[in-house]
Design a protein around this ligand. Structure first.
Ligand SMILES: NC(=O)c1ccc[n+]([C@@H]2O[C@H](COP(=O)([O-])OP(=O)(O)OC[C@H]3O[C@@H](n4cnc5c(N)ncnc54)[C@H](OP(=O)(O)O)[C@@H]3O)[C@@H](O)[C@H]2O)c1
Length: 345
C-alpha cells in the first residue's frame, strides 16, 4: 500500500472513554470520595493493537487491599491512575492479526469503558455462552477460585463442607461444585433471602444467616457431628467457629477474610488456634493466580457443568460506570447475591 494511502493515526477519530481512578487511599471502609470519574480521549490503536469496548467489569473484595499503599501479592493501585480489575469486552477495531471485529475478550482492564491492548493482554472467550458476564463469575476468576479451593484440599464425596460468604461469587460456586462432588454442604450468608437462594437455587443441604446468632451455635446445631472441610471467605468469627467444629484431620481452605478488610488496626487472631494442633488440622492458603496454568482444565470442567445447567451463575448487575463505585462499596454491605458485576455497554 502506498504510504499516502495508509490511515494516518493522528487524523483518525479518537475514542472518548470514562474511567474510575483512585483519588485517595481509604482509612477503614472506603467512601465515594476515594474515587474519581475521569474522561479521556484514546488515540486509535497502533499496528499490533486492538480497541476493546468493555461490556462488563468486575468489582471484587480483593480490590480493597489494592487501595492501600502496602505491598501485597498484587501491587497497590496508583493514586490518580485508573483502577484495574477483570472485564469482558468486544473488539471494535483491530490492527492485530490475532483478533477480528466482534471477538469477545477478557482482560484486567476494568474500571474503564474502552481500552487499547495488545493480544497478550487479552484472553478470547466464546460469545455462544451467555450472559457474557459469566466470564467474570462462574466461568471467570471467582468460579476458578471456588474450583481451585476444592482441589487444594482434595474435597471428597461424603464429606461435610462448611462455606462462609456462601451466597457470594466464590461461595455460591464452591457450594454447587461441592454438591456435584457428592459432599454435604453447609453455607452461611447475611440475610434470609440469601439463605433461601442457597437452599433453593444452589442445592445447599443447610444454610443459615450468620447475623441472627453466634456462628458457633448455629454450626453446632447444623453439624452436631462436625465438619471435614471449611472454605473460609470471611475469617473472624466464622473461622473461629470452624476451628471448633472441624473433625480430627479436618482441612481449611484459607481463601479470604472479608470481615477484616476494612479494619484499621490488626485484629486479634482466633482464640482457639490450638485446635490445629489438637485435631491435626491442615490450613492451606489459596491464591487463584497460582492456578492460571490450569485455566483450560477449569474452563472445560465448569464450562460443561454450566452448559448442562448443573452450575448456575447468579449475579447482581448494576448499570453504568458511574455506578461502579457504589457496586464495589456494596460488597462490604452484602448488597450482592452471587457475582456483583457492572454492565458498561
Ligand atoms: N484467594 C483468592 O485467590 C481469592 C480469589 C477471589 C476471592 N477471594 C476472597 O473470597 C472471598 C469472597 O469473594 P467474592 O468475590 O466471592 O465476594 P462476594 O462473596 O461475592 O461478595 C462479598 C460478600 O462478603 C460478605 N461480607 C461482607 N462483609 C462481611 C463481613 N464483615 N462479615 C461477613 N461477610 C461479609 C457479603 O455477604 P453477606 O451478605 O453474606 O454478609 C458480601 O456479599 C473474599 O474474601 C475474597 O477476598 C480470594
Amino acid at each position: 500500500m502506498a504510504d499516502w494511502f495508509k490511515p494516518q493515526n493522528d487524523l483518525m477519530p479518537k475514542t472518548t472513554s470514562r474511567e474510575i481512578r483512585l483519588a485517595s487511599r481509604p482509612q477503614g471502609l472506603p467512601t465515594a470520595d476515594n474515587f474519581s470519574l475521569a474522561q479521556v480521549e484514546l488515540a486509535p490503536p497502533q499496528d499490533g493493537q486492538v480497541l476493546v469496548r468493555n461490556l462488563y467489569m468486575s468489582v471484587d473484595p480483593y480490590m480493597r487491599g489494592r487501595m492501600n499503599e502496602a505491598k501485597s501479592y498484587v501491587p497497590p493501585f496508583e493514586l490518580g491512575k485508573p483502577m484495574e480489575g477483570g472485564a469482558v469486552g468486544e473488539v471494535i477495531e483491530s490492527r492485530a492479526k490475532e483478533f477480528k471485529l466482534g471477538d469477545v475478550v477478557t482482560s484486567s482492564y476494568g474500571w474503564r469503558e474502552y481500552l487499547i491492548a495488545s493480544p497478550k493482554e487479552l484472553h478470547t472467550v466464546s460469545r455462544e455462552i451467555q450472559p457474557l458476564s459469566v466470564y467474570l463469575g462462574a466461568l471467570g476468576m471467582t468460579g476458578m477460585t471456588a474450583w481451585a479451593g476444592l482441589q487444594l484440599v482434595e474435597v471428597r464425596a461424603g464429606e461435610t463442607i462448611f462455606i462462609s460468604g456462601a451466597a457470594g461469587a466464590v461461595g455460591s460456586v464452591a457450594g454447587q461444585l461441592a454438591k456435584l462432588r457428592g459432599c454435604r454442604v453447609i453455607g452461611s450468608a447475611g440475610s434470609m433471602e440469601k439463605v433461601m437462594f442457597l437452599r433453593e437455587e444452589c442445592g445447599f443441604d443447610i444454610a443459615f444467616d450468620y447475623k441472627v446468632g453466634p456462628v458457633i451455635e448455629q454450626l453446632n446445631l447444623e453439624a452436631p457431628d462436625g465438619i471435614d472441610v471449611y472454605f473460609d471467605n470471611v475469617g473472624g468469627e466464622s473461622l473461629e467457629a470452624a476451628l471448633s467444629v472441624l473433625r480430627v484431620h479436618g482441612r481449611i481452605i484459607a481463601c479470604g477474610a472479608i470481615s477484616g478488610y476494612n479494619e484499621e488496626k490488626l485484629r486479634d487472631g482466633p482464640s482457639n488456634l490450638f485446635n490445629i494442633t489438637a485435631k491435626r488440622l491442615t490450613m492451606k492458603g489459596l491464591m487463584v493466580l497460582d492456578w492460571l496454568d490450569r485455566q483450560a482444565e477449569f474452563e472445560k470442567e465448569v464450562g460443561a457443568y454450566f452448559k448442562a445447567g448443573k452450575v448456575k451463575h447468579k449475579e447482581t448487575v448494576v448499570h453504568g460506570i458511574d455506578k461502579a463505585v457504589g457496586a464495589f462499596l456494596g460488597l462490604f454491605q452484602g448488597q450482592n447475591v452471587g457475582k456483583m458485576v457492572v454492565e458498561l455497554a
